[in-house]
Design a protein around this ligand. Structure first.
Ligand SMILES: C[S@@+](CC[C@H](N)C(=O)[O-])C[C@H]1O[C@@H](n2cnc3c(N)ncnc32)[C@H](O)[C@@H]1O
Length: 224
């Protein structure tokens, strides 16, 4: 089911969770306000290379918007994104969507690559290279697939469904695995502000620096 959000962009309902992939307050606007701006991608991009961990891909709006923003700040920036997603159905949804984000064509390329790899019987990891952009998608429960990552990231987008239904992505153990993969001064942004999340992030070695202004909940920004 398709919903039009308040910024005019569309989102979809995930029927397993009975939740939309993005807030009705604005799917694309929310990506910028709640993930891209709080993680200061533009500042990192000016240094010439950026590594982003995206939990989770969903419909790929956050990473498409991130690529768009980075390219505006520094067209030559080398962009390396690792995205984790357990539901391979998102790729067929992505193929049908056309959000107003120029770089979404790269997310569609990722979806096509998934279909190709699936036919070849190796659909647990997809890598695409598009100019100076590399996207690696690990398909499976992020709680497990995170162990396959040895990269250290400049920014983390933590974008689960609601904490009641998606608690594994907010567990202290998972957060500490994320923290271990963040560079010093790297930023994590999430729209979730569930009771113990701040404490779990602090226990994982992160410092809370702000709430994000938009979204279902005020959210949290934390720095390593
Ligand atoms: C709110 S949506 C993410 C929206 C996405 N960031 C975007 O920009 O379109 C949450 C996503 O988390 C995925 N997910 C939920 N639990 C997961 C898990 N344990 N491991 C990996 N992905 C998970 C869901 O399948 C869903 O696609």
């Amino acid at each position: 089911m398709k919903y039009i959000t308040k910024d005019g962009s569309f989102t979809l309902l995930n029927t397993d969770y009975n939740e939309t992939y993005h807030p009705i307050s604005g799917a694309i606007k929310g990506a910028y306000k709640r993930f891209i701006e709080p993680t200061l991608l533009g500042d990192v991009a000016k240094r010439g290379a950026i590594k982003i961990l995206d939990v989770a891909l969903g419909l790929g709006y956050n990473i498409a918007a991130a690529i768009e923003d980075i390219k505006k700040k520094n067209p030559d920036c080398i962009i390396n994104i690792t995205t984790l997603e357990k539901d391979s159905n998102v790729f067929s949804l992505i193929k049908k969507l056309n959000p107003n984000i120029k770089s979404y064509k790269i997310i569609k390329e990722l979806a096509r690559e998934y279909e190709k790899s699936k036919k070849e019987g190796k659909a647990d990891e997809i890598v695409i290279k598009h100019g100076n952009i590399i996207i690696r998608a690990l398909i499976g429960d992020a709680v497990n697939t995170i162990s396959r990552i040895s990269t250290k990231f400049d920014a983390v987008f933590l974008d689960p469904f609601s904490p009641q239904r998606n608690s594994e992505l907010l567990s202290p153990d998972f957060l500490s695995k994320i923290s271990l993969r963040m560079k010093k001064k790297a930023r994590l942004a999430t729209i979730i502000k569930a009771g113990k999340l701040k404490d779990s992030l602090k226990d994982a070695g992160l410092k809370i620096v702000a709430g994000t202004p938009e979204g279902r909940a005020p959210g949290i920004v934390a720095v390593k």
